[in-house]
Write a protein that binds this ligand. Structure first.
Ligand SMILES: Cc1ncc(COP(=O)(O)O)c(C=O)c1O
Ligand SMILES: N[C@@H](CCCC[NH3+])C(=O)O
Length: 418
């Protein structure tokens, strides 16, 4: 029996990930990433967008491990951050401040001050009060803050309701009809420079058509602003390109690039995009070990040492992740119905439900695919489970890029306070 799993996804693949060795040396559960896969994704996107004046800002919320940020930074990417903590990560990973954009509906005064002191490239402002606060903090520091307004184009991204961000009922952005009003307001504020707009309509878009509608509206707003005498020299087109979790066809990035070209390619604007999931989603795995197999009255439970605190996507979005066993490489192909569940005290603690799954026994290693995005970053200490380690596979070798949290580290913040 092989101790390795082969994985192919179009041109991008990890030939052999040494899961058994990783389990032995690092333990389980663990997140495992492919540097070759992430690099290939970045290059593919760059190639698809060739000829367009586009910069790539990696949205580090998808996977903010320092080694992952550094990998994209070294490839030339900037980063998109949504909190002071993410800004600290971007800087710590060596990304130059002038390649960092700061998005988010609820930036605090302290976060704005930190970003201004760091000298970031751009604030993507999501409300009028935020624009005024940005002006005030910038004035107190004697600087002019580079700003974009994030507009809400009221376009349905046709994705999961919890990750749709461009509809009127969503908290994100400023109604696109108010763009001119915002530019007029900014013109009266001495410490912001507003010459840019951003848009982000949602995550995990499997159909690129909604981008066409959103970018067409952005184009319309740009032309109207210019007509009114304002300068618009940069458009941030957001992230959201989906990846396949089940082997179905992913969106074609060439189609996405065509849409960019056709809608905003001729506006004489610098452009940027903020992909997160696309760059890392398929290039990570969640490795876990079978603790017990229990035959319930109605179904088989495969109880593993990974849980919803490690990978919450199945619980939170009913998300599907393909699963393979390390020994067989294709446990999903034959077998019987099973729930793959974790040790947490909630019935919602499952990694897969009602899955046709092979006959695994205690100690078997199983791998959830496509766990590179919104995996480790969304993990928690629920049930006082220490955070799982993260491992980067580089060529034939691998290295730990986040250690497994110890009990002492988990308890440190409360030390002496009880
Ligand atoms: C403003 C912004 N940019 C970029 C992203 C990255 O999204 P994704 O990982 O779907 O590419 C998000 C998350 O949805 C976001 O809110
Ligand atoms: N956490 C979500 C995506 C959120 C996108 C961030 N705006 C997921 O796992 O699919």
């Amino acid at each position: 029996m092989s101790e390795q799993v082969s994985y192919r996804d179009g041109a991008l693949h990890v030939e052999q990930v040494p899961f058994a060795r990783i389990a032995k040396e690092v333990g389980t559960p663990a997140f495992v990433y492919s540097s070759a896969g992430m690099t290939a994704r970045y290059r593919a996107l760059e190639t698809a967008l060739e000829g367009l004046p586009v910069s790539i800002y990696y949205a580090i919320k998808a996977n903010s491990n320092l080694a992952v940020i550094k990998l994209f930074g070294d490839l030339g990417a900037g980063v998109d951050v949504v909190s002071g903590g993410e800004l600290a990560r971007g800087l710590r990973a060596g990304v130059p401040a002038d390649k960092i954009v700061f998005a988010g509906v609820g930036k605090t005064e302290e976060e704005i001050a930190f970003a201004l002191e760091s000298g970031i490239h751009q604030f993507n402002v999501e409300s009028e009060p935020e624009l005024r606060l940005l002006n005030r903090v910038a004035a107190s520091k004697g600087v002019v803050a580079p700003a974009a307004i994030r507009v809400n184009p009221d376009v349905d991204a046709k994705t999961h309701a919890k990750i749709t961000t461009g509809r009127k009922e969503n908290k994100f952005g400023i109604d696109i009809a108010r763009a001119t009003e915002m530019f007029e307001l900014a013109a009266t504020l001495d410490n912001v420079s507003l010459t840019s707009m951003s848009v982000h309509i949602g995550s995990q878009l499997m159909d690129v058509t909604p981008y066409r509608d959103a970018y067409a509206r952005l184009r319309g707003a740009t032309l109207a602003l210019r007509q009114a005498g304002h300068v618009v020299d940069h458009l941030d087109l957001g992230g959201g390109i989906g990846v396949s979790y089940d082997g179905s066809a992913p969106p074609d990035i060439a189609d996405y690039a065509d849409i960019v070209k056709e809608t905003v390619g001729d506006l004489d604007c610098r452009l940027s995009i903020e992909p997160g999931r696309y760059l890392v989603g398929n290039e990570g795995y969640f490795l876990t070990k079978v603790l017990f197999v229990k035959h319930g009255a109605e179904r088989r439970f495969v109880i593993v040492d990974g849980a919803m605190n490690d990978l919450i996507r199945p619980t939170l979005y009913e998300a599907h992740h393909d699963i393979v066993t390390v020994a067989e490489a294709a446990a999903g192909e034959a077998g019987s119905l099973a729930d793959i569940v974790g040790p947490i005290c909630e019935s919602g603690d499952y990694l897969a439900r009602g899955r046709i799954f092979g006959d695994v026994g205690e100690g078997a290693l199983i791998v959830l695919k496509s766990a590179g995005a919104y995996g480790a970053v969304m993990s928690s200490n629920y049930n006082s489970r220490p955070l799982a380690p993260e491992v980067m596979v580089e060529g034939d070798s691998f290295r730990t890029v986040r250690r497994r949290q110890t009990f002492d580290e988990m308890l440190a913040l409360e030390e002496g306070l009880a």
